[in-house]
Design a protein around this ligand. Structure first.
Ligand SMILES: *[C@@H]1O[C@H](CO)[C@@H](O)[C@H](O)[C@H]1NC(C)=O
Ligand SMILES: *[C@@H]1O[C@H](CO)[C@@H](O)[C@H](O)[C@H]1NC(C)=O
Ligand SMILES: *[C@@H]1O[C@H](CO)[C@@H](O)[C@H](O)[C@H]1NC(C)=O
Ligand SMILES: *[C@@H]1O[C@H](CO)[C@@H](O)[C@H](O)[C@H]1NC(C)=O
Ligand SMILES: *[C@@H]1O[C@H](CO)[C@@H](O)[C@H](O)[C@H]1NC(C)=O
Ligand SMILES: *[C@@H]1O[C@H](CO)[C@@H](O)[C@H](O)[C@H]1NC(C)=O
Ligand SMILES: *[C@@H]1O[C@H](CO)[C@@H](O)[C@H](O)[C@H]1NC(C)=O
Ligand SMILES: *[C@@H]1O[C@H](CO)[C@@H](O)[C@H](O)[C@H]1NC(C)=O
Ligand SMILES: *[C@@H]1O[C@H](CO)[C@@H](O)[C@H](O)[C@H]1NC(C)=O
Ligand SMILES: *[C@@H]1O[C@H](CO)[C@@H](O)[C@H](O)[C@H]1NC(C)=O
Ligand SMILES: *[C@@H]1O[C@H](CO)[C@@H](O)[C@H](O)[C@H]1NC(C)=O
Ligand SMILES: *[C@@H]1O[C@H](CO)[C@@H](O)[C@H](O)[C@H]1NC(C)=O
Length: 483
C-alpha cells in the first residue's frame, strides 16, 4: 500500500512513440534458426526472373548475365564456396531501374542483398520473407513505396536492415523486435509512422546520432544502453522538445549542457543509474513542463543537495517534478513553495529529506498529487494543506510528522487517497474527513491517534478501506464502512 503512489508515474513511459527520423542502434537478444533447400537450377531461374523486371541498365550489367558463363560468374553474383548456389547479390549504385522481382524470394541461400542507390520502384515483394538466411539487406536510396511487406520474424539471422531514403509508408513491423541479431537498422527518410516496437536496444549511442540536430523527439526508454550521456548532449539538440531516456542503463551525470536546449519541454530519465545532481542551469529551461529523475542515484548526501530547487522556481510552466527514489538529503528547501503554481505532481518520496512542510505549500494550488513519503520530514502537517483543493492523492507515509491531522483536510473534496501511516500523529481523526466524498482509501495506521472513528467517515459512501491499526483508538469497530 505504501508504494502504490510511488508506481503512479512509471506507467507513463510505456508508450514509446518514436518519430522514425532515424534509427541506428545496436542490440542483441537470442534466437535459433531454421533452414530451407532449393537447387542450383532454381537459383538460375530466379536470377533470370529478376533480370526480366529490369527496365533500365545504363551500364549494361545484365549483358554479362548470359548463357556463355555460369551464373556464379555473372556480375554482382557471389556463390557459396562448396556448391554453386547464390549467397550474395550486389548491384549497388548502377542506376538500374525496374521493380524488384518476386523471384528473388527463391534464392533460398541468399545471405546478402544490396540493391542500394538505384531506381527500383514500387513495392518490396513479400516473397522476400522466404530469404531465411539473409544477414544483410540494403535497399537504401531507391524509390520503393508501400508498406514494408516482409514478416521479419523469418529473417532470424538478419544483422543489417537498411531501408533509408525510400518512400515507404505505414508502420515499421512490430516483428523487428524479434530480429535478435540485428546490429544496424536504418529507416530514416521514409514516411514510416507508428510506435516503435519495444526492442532491447543496447550499446552506446553511435556517434552519428549526435548529428541529428533537427530531432524533435528522442524516445528510447526501456532499452539497454550503457555508458554516460555525453556532457555536451544539449549542444547537439538545440531544438529538442522531448527527451525520454527512462529505464535504460545510463550512468554518470545529467548533462548540464541540456540547460542550453531551451526548447525542452519534457525531460525524462527515470530508472537509470545517474549520479551527481540536477544541474542548477535547468532554471534556464523556462518552458519545461516535466522533469522526471525517479529512481536514480542522484544526490551527494549533503545538506545542499536540494539547492537546485531554487533555480527550478524559474521554470514557470513546470507541471511535474519527480525526484523520488534518489539519495537527496538535507532540509526541504522553503523555495519548494515557489515552484510554478502550475505544478500538478510533486514527488520527492524515498529520499532522506528533513525539515518541515512549509505553510506556504498552499501556493501550489494546482497540485493533484503530493508524495513526500518515506522521508525524514518533521513538524506538523500545516493547516494550509486544506487549500490544495485539487489534491487527489496525498502521501506522507513514514516520516517523523507530529501534531494532529488538520481538520482542514475536510476541504480536500477531490481527495481519493490519504496515506499518513508511520508517523507520530496524535489527537482525533477529524470528522471533517466525512466531507471528502471522493475518498477511497484512508490510511492512518502506526500513529498515536486517539478517540473513535467518526460516524461521518463511516457513513462516507466512497470509502472502501480504512487502515487504522496500531493507534490508540477506542470505541466500537464499524461493522461496515460506506456501501
Ligand atoms: C546444377 O548442379 C548439377 C549437379 O551438380 C549440375 O549437373 C548442373 O550443371 C548444375 N546446373 C547449374 C545451372 O549450375
Ligand atoms: C556474356 O557475358 C560475358 C561476360 O560474363 C561477356 O564477355 C559476353 O560478351 C557476354 N555475351 C553476350 C552475347 O553479351
Ligand atoms: C519462384 O517464385 C515464384 C513466385 O515468387 C514462383 O512463381 C515460381 O514458380 C518460383 N520458381 C521456381 C523455379 O521455384
Ligand atoms: C547501404 O547502402 C548505402 C548506399 O550505397 C551506403 O551508403 C550505406 O553505407 C549502406 N549501409 C550499410 C549499413 O551498409
Ligand atoms: C510471422 O512469422 C512467424 C514465424 O513464422 C509466425 O509465427 C507469425 O504468425 C507470422 N506473422 C504474420 C503476421 O504473418
Ligand atoms: C511523405 O510525406 C511527405 C510529407 O508529409 C509528403 O509530401 C509525401 O507525399 C509523402 N510521401 C509518400 C510516399 O507518402
Ligand atoms: C557530424 O557531421 C560532420 C559533417 O557534417 C562530420 O564532420 C562529423 O564527423 C559528424 N559527427 C559525428 C559525431 O558523426
Ligand atoms: C543488458 O545489458 C547488460 C549489460 O551489458 C547485459 O548483461 C544484459 O544481458 C542486457 N540485457 C538485454 C535484455 O539485452
Ligand atoms: C550555454 O551556452 C553558452 C553560450 O554558448 C555557454 O557559454 C555556456 O557555457 C553553455 N552552458 C552550458 C551549461 O553548457
Ligand atoms: C545500476 O544500479 C543497480 C543498483 O544500484 C546495480 O545493480 C546495477 O549493476 C547498476 N547498473 C549499471 C549499468 O551500473
Ligand atoms: C532522519 O531523522 C532522524 C531523527 O531526527 C535523524 O537521527 C537522522 O539522522 C535523519 N537522517 C538523515 C539522513 O538525515
Ligand atoms: C476550508 O473551507 C472553509 C469553507 O470553505 C473555509 O472557511 C476555510 O478557510 C478552509 N480552510 C482551509 C484551511 O483552507
Amino acid at each position: 500500500m505504501k508504494s502504490s503512489l510511488a508506481s503512479f508515474n512509471s506507467h507513463t513511459y510505456q508508450a514509446i512513440h518514436a518519430v522514425l527520423l532515424v534509427f541506428l542502434f545496436s542490440f542483441s537478444l537470442k534466437h535459433a534458426a531454421p533452414a530451407a533447400f532449393h537447387g542450383n537450377e532454381t537459383d538460375k531461374l530466379a536470377l533470370l526472373g529478376f533480370k526480366s523486371q529490369i527496365t533500365e541498365d545504363p551500364s549494361r550489367v545484365f549483358a554479362s548475365w548470359n548463357e556463355s558463363v555460369h551464373f556464379c560468374r555473372w556480375t554482382g553474383i557471389k556463390c557459396g564456396p562448396r556448391e554453386e548456389r547464390v549467397i550474395g547479390l550486389n548491384l549497388k549504385g548502377l542506376s538500374l531501374a525496374g521493380i524488384i522481382s518476386d523471384h528473388l524470394g527463391n534464392l533460398s541461400l541468399l545471405n546478402s542483398l544490396d540493391l542500394a542507390e538505384n531506381s527500383f520502384h514500387e513495392e518490396i515483394p513479400p516473397q522476400l520473407s522466404r530469404l531465411t538466411r539473409l544477414q544483410y539487406l540494403n535497399l537504401s536510396f531507391n524509390y520503393l513505396t508501400g508498406e514494408f511487406p516482409v514478416n521479419l520474424s523469418h529473417w532470424v539471422d538478419l544483422e543489417s536492415l537498411v531501408l533509408d531514403h525510400n518512400t515507404l509508408v505505414g508502420q515499421i513491423p512490430y516483428q523487428v523486435g524479434s530480429l535478435t541479431k540485428l546490429v544496424k537498422l536504418y529507416l530514416k527518410n521514409n514516411n514510416l509512422t507508428g510506435i516503435f516496437p519495444v526492442n532491447s536496444l543496447s550499446g552506446e549511442f553511435p556517434p552519428p546520432f549526435y548529428n541529428l540536430s533537427s530531432l524533435e523527439l528522442i524516445a528510447l526508454s526501456f532499452n539497454n544502453f550503457s555508458g554516460n550521456l555525453r556532457s555536451d548532449l544539449g549542444h547537439y539538440f538545440p531544438n529538442l522538445p522531448k527527451l525520454y531516456l527512462g529505464s535504460c542503463q545510463f550512468i554518470g551525470s545529467i548533462p548540464s549542457s541540456l540547460a542550453n536546449a531551451s526548447k525542452l519541454l519534457q525531460l525524462d530519465f527515470p530508472e537509470n543509474n545517474l549520479t551527481g545532481n540536477i544541474p542548477k542551469g535547468f532554471g534556464n529551461l523556462r518552458n519545461l513542463l516535466w522533469l522526471n529523475v525517479h529512481r536514480n542515484h542522484l544526490g551527494y548526501g549533503k545538506h545542499d543537495d536540494l539547492d537546485y530547487v531554487n533555480s527550478l522556481t524559474n521554470c514557470s510552466s513546470l507541471k511535474m517534478l519527480h525526484l523520488g527514489d534518489n539519495q537527496f538529503v538535507g532540509t526541504l528547501p522553503h523555495s519548494i513553495v515557489n515552484l510554478s503554481s502550475q505544478i500538478q505532481r510533486l514527488l520527492i518520496f524515498r529520499n532522506r529529506i528533513g525539515g518541515s512542510i512549509p505553510r506556504e505549500i498552499s501556493n501550489l494550488v494546482n497540485l493533484n498529487l503530493l508524495d513526500m513519503s518515506n522521508s525524514n520530514l518533521t513538524g506538523r502537517i500545516p493547516d494550509s494543506i486544506g487549500r490544495l483543493t485539487n489534491l487527489g492523492g496525498l502521501n506522507l507515509v513514514s516520516n517523523l510528522l507530529t501534531g494532529v491531522i488538520p481538520s482542514s483536510t475536510g476541504n480536500l473534496t477531490e481527495l481519493v487517497y490519504l496515506y499518513l501511516p508511520l508517523n507520530k500523529l496524535e489527537g482525533n481523526i477529524p470528522s471533517t474527513l466525512g466531507i471528502c466524498n471522493q475518498l477511497l482509501i484512508l490510511a492512518i495506521s502506526d500513529n498515536h491517534l486517539t478517540g473513535t472513528i467518526p460516524q461521518q467517515l463511516i457513513a462516507l459512501s466512497s470509502l472502501t478501506k480504512i487502515y487504522a491499526f496500531y493507534n490508540s483508538l477506542t470505541g466500537p469497530l464499524p461493522v461496515y464502512i460506506g456501501n
